[in-house]
Design a protein around this ligand. Structure first.
Ligand code: PGA
Length: 244
């Protein structure tokens, strides 16, 4: 269960979130719990979760180790601050910041090289869904991005299916719609990396996951977890999603 804070919270707000959140999930052993705050809060978050079952991830990662890449943060920098995961290819990065399937692949390879767990996002736009292109879009994103990994690399990634029309809109995909998309992605995995890899990979659903809809989403066998935006900003709300 991963929380994506997007561009919200200061270090002080991060601290107070974890003071409330930690006790609410300290007995939650059924899943991994990851919070991805903005880069400027990573140190505060890592300090606040020390000794707990909560992990901290970044919302992006550079494809290079270091260099003249203004505005980017590299794997070794994330290692040094204590992050363990990185969201890659979030639709907001794809839509507003020019992220492509090619850069998603490069960032994913860099995350793996530096021992971070990539949470690689795919998902279709509303217009693509409405014109019946969902399967084609997911397949293309998979083929041009994730399919470039080796089998060993693939075994270490987490995939997130995030239909763009469901993100921050309050419109959740119905459990059946989400599960159908997860099946498409898993079929791609099976074709490229084999049945064992398809069975083992964790595919998260993201897009307006809330305490009152998480149970029905998680009841779908193909949905292995959630990537939560808005509802991860408040401790009680994200804790009730974790403890669905
Ligand atoms: P949301 O965002 O839960 O606010 O829809 C999900 C995401 O973008 O990761």
């Amino acid at each position: 269960m991963a929380g994506n804070w997007k561009m919200f919270k200061t270090p002080a707000e991060t601290q107070s979130f974890f003071e409330k959140f930690r006790p609410l999930v300290e007995k939650s052993e059924h899943c991994e719990i990851v919070i991805c705050p903005p880069f400027t809060n990573l140190a505060a978050a890592v300090g606040a979760v020390r000794g707990s079952n909560i992990r901290v991830g970044a919302q992006n990662i550079a494809w290079a180790k270091e260099g003249a890449f203004t505005g980017e943060i590299s794997g070794p920098m994330l290692n040094a601050v204590g992050a363990t995961h990185a969201i890659i290819g979030h639709s907001e990065r794809r839509q507003y910041f020019g992220e492509t399937d090619e850069t998603v692949l490069k960032r994913t390879q860099a995350a793996l090289e530096f021992g971070l767990t990539p949470i690689v996002c795919v998902g279709e736009l509303l217009a693509e869904r409405e014109s019946g292109k969902t399967e084609a879009v997911l397949t293309a994103q998979f083929q041009k991005g994730i399919a470039g990994l080796t089998e060993q690399q693939f075994a270490k990634i987490i995939i997130a299916y995030e239909p763009v029309w469901a993100i921050g809109t309050g419109k959740t995909a119905t459990p059946e719609i989400a599960a159908d998309a997860h099946k498409v992605i898993r079929a791609q995995v099976r074709q490229k990396f084999g049945a064992d890899a398809a069975g083992a990979v964790r595919i998260l659903y993201g897009g307006s996951v809330k305490p009152d809809n998480v149970k029905s989403l998680m009841a779908q066998p193909d949905i292995d977890g959630s990537l939560v935006g808005g509802a991860s900003l408040e401790a009680a709300s994200f804790a009730s999603i974790v403890n669905f």
